[in-house]
Write a protein that binds this ligand. Structure first.
Ligand code: 13P
Length: 214
């Protein structure tokens, strides 16, 4: 996607989508980071930047080995994005947020590490898939997180970082943002229904979505 649109258009889209996420409270302060794969490297949001006020020309550019080329100093979580791109060859964008509902679930002491958000709605399954591993807690920016994410992302398009927030990948920047939005919505529903006898999608319904929508 990014290669087809050209780097200038990709930068502009990144600024627009990040601002939209920020405006709706999906990230606050300088939380969150977003990356996009280009034909010859990556763009990633600068460290300590607000997703609400990115400047296209200052977005960090990385080479194919994730070394900083130009733009502001990159996110301290480059390794987290790198783990997703290495684990998932189809990934062309990665979105990490501290969105409150998903982060609340990532803080639950009784969260199921294999399935912290149940398959309640089709769009959650269509955008995130049938697996959402909960990765144990690491300090933000701790490179020790990389092998844990690499292992978890090999079998899942998205992960929840315990006590931290969601990380989502997809085949385009727009799709990664849509997936992050669906994940937050599913987390909200899971919290609304906590303790209620909710009906989740059956394994057959989940499989039907997987076969139909990939
Ligand atoms: P950066 O500002 O370095 O991207 O880190 C933000 C963040 O969300 C840490 O988890």
């Amino acid at each position: 996607m990014s290669g087809d649109e050209g780097e200038g258009a990709t930068r502009a889209l990144l600024v627009e989508l990040a601002a939209s996420l920020f405006a709706r409270g999906f990230s606050v302060g300088s939380a969150g980071n977003i990356s996009v794969r280009l034909a010859d490297g990556y763009l990633i949001t600068p460290t300590n930047s607000s997703l609400g006020r990115l400047e296209a020309a200052r977005i960090s550019r990385l080479d194919p080995e994730f070394r900083h080329l130009d733009g502001d100093k990159p996110s301290k979580e480059v390794f987290m994005h790198r783990a997703f791109y290495r684990a998932r060859p189809e990934a062309r964008a990665v979105v990490h947020l501290h969105s409150p509902m998903a982060t609340a679930i990532a803080c639950l002491a009784d969260a199921d590490p294999d399935n912290p958000i149940p398959p309640l709605t089709p769009y959650f399954v269509m955008r995130i898939g049938s697996r959402l591993p909960l990765v144990p807690y690491f300090r933000p920016g701790d490179p020790a997180m990389e092998p844990a994410i690499l292992a978890a992302a090999a079998g899942a398009r998205a992960v929840l970082l315990a006590n931290h927030g969601p990380v989502v990948s997809a085949a385009s920047l727009r799709d990664a943002v849509y997936a992050a939005e669906e994940l937050e919505e599913a987390a909200k529903l899971a919290l609304l229904l906590r303790g209620a006898p909710a009906r989740t999608l059956t394994p057959a319904q989940v499989e039907d979505l997987r076969k139909t929508f990939g």
